[in-house]
Design a protein around this ligand. Structure first.
Ligand SMILES: Nc1ncnc2c1ncn2[C@@H]1O[C@H](COP(=O)(O)OP(=O)(O)OP(=O)(O)O)[C@@H](O)[C@H]1O
Ligand SMILES: [Mg+2]
Length: 313
């Protein structure tokens, strides 16, 4: 059985469409990268999965987590889901932590009223902090968030996300605010820990290279729609995903100007019945303005593109 099945998920916020017919599955322990330009719906997707959308949101479709319909969870079942089944790590740790609570209290709080043995949880917290590269973990537990650098605080947040041993960790650009060396360090440690725990991961990032390096598959969002789900750079088939790959700075040569995808992304609400990428697509066909094909298998990738369909004959 899949850990997660998202089927035909559409979300409107304050009456405005932001996600349309999103569908994908995840196996237990799998890592899925989610990429796409700003406004494509990455954060909204994660929030829908964790039942964290604002009250004004209107949602259709189904999210099935470990056999349960997430939208039907209420009361104790919803608390259990949020406490032990999914964890969230946000981009900005300072906005997600109480500034007047010590680090140790913050870590223990999530389990204290669940009736768990506090001293055992304290030991686990210390172990996790050390595994996340925090040497003086005992002292850090007594400090307040303002006494820790952004990088240290994000290590604490990831440890707190893994502490309940969730089945799924949702990480929304967890390392974007960190410098590049710290970023790869933190990600490598987090990945090692979540593999040991068999915790699945959804990793939102702007960096498709990073997503392909860390994750088993990468899901590409554009204007609130899934355009491709691919396991590797070699399998990538959608012109938009190829454009994202071509926009990366080369490692070995200096260029005066980086190649980039012409034009700017549109909002989900601006897309008609056609492919939302048609306005920027260098290889668009006439039918791309009228309809968006279903997501279909093309070798190891899942893609929705008329050009790919045409090439299959
Ligand atoms: N609370 C809200 N009310 C109304 N619209 C919203 C709200 N939050 C997000 N949106 C809109 O939903 C769309 C998707 O936003 P989302 O935050 O998921 O994008 P994103 O892919 O995470 O972008 P970024 O890379 O900038 O974080 C955007 O057009 C955004 O303007
Ligand atoms: Mg976002």
């Amino acid at each position: 059985m899949n850990l997660l099945t998202v089927d035909d998920l559409s979300v409107d916020l304050a009456g405005v469409p932001v996600l349309r017919e999103v569908g994908f599955t995840m196996a237990h322990g799998e890592a899925l990268g989610v990429v796409g330009e700003s406004g494509s719906g990455k954060s909204i997707t994660l929030r829908a999965l964790a039942r964290l959308l604002p009250d004004s949101a209107r949602q259709t479709g189904t999210i099935t987590f470990d056999g349960k319909d997430v939208s039907k969870l209420r009361g104790a079942a919803l608390r259990e889901f949020r406490r032990h089944e999914v964890s969230f790590v946000f981009q900005d740790p300072r906005s997600a932590i109480n500034p007047i609570q010590r680090i140790g209290d913050f870590l223990l709080e999530s389990v204290r009223d669940a009736g768990e043995d506090v001293s055992a949880v304290r030991t686990q917290s210390l172990q996790l902090l050390r595994r996340m590269g925090i040497d003086d973990a005992e002292r850090r537990m007594t400090q307040y968030p303002f006494e820790l650098s952004g990088g240290l605080l994000q290590r604490v947040m990831i440890a707190s996300g893994l502490l309940p041993r969730p089945k799924l960790l949702l990480a929304d650009e967890p390392t974007t605010a960190l410098d590049v060396t710290t970023q790869s360090d933190v990600l490598a440690l987090a990945d090692e820990l979540r593999r040991e725990q068999d915790t699945a991961l959804i990793f939102v990032t702007h960096d498709i290279d990073l997503a392909l390096a860390i994750c088993d598959r990468v899901l590409v969002l554009y204007a609130g729609r899934v355009l491709e789900i691919s396991p590797s750079q070699a399998a990538v088939s959608h012109p938009y995903t190829k454009g994202l790959l071509d926009s990366r700075p080369p490692i070995d040569t200096r260029l005066d100007r980086l190649p980039s995808i012409e034009g700017t992304p549109i909002a989900a609400a601006e897309a008609g019945s056609g492919c939302p990428f048609v306005f920027r697509c260098p290889v668009a066909l006439p039918q791309c303005r009228d309809s968006l094909p279903d997501l279909v298998e093309h070798g190891p990738t899942l893609v929705r593109c008329h050009l790919v369909e045409a090439s299959r004959g």
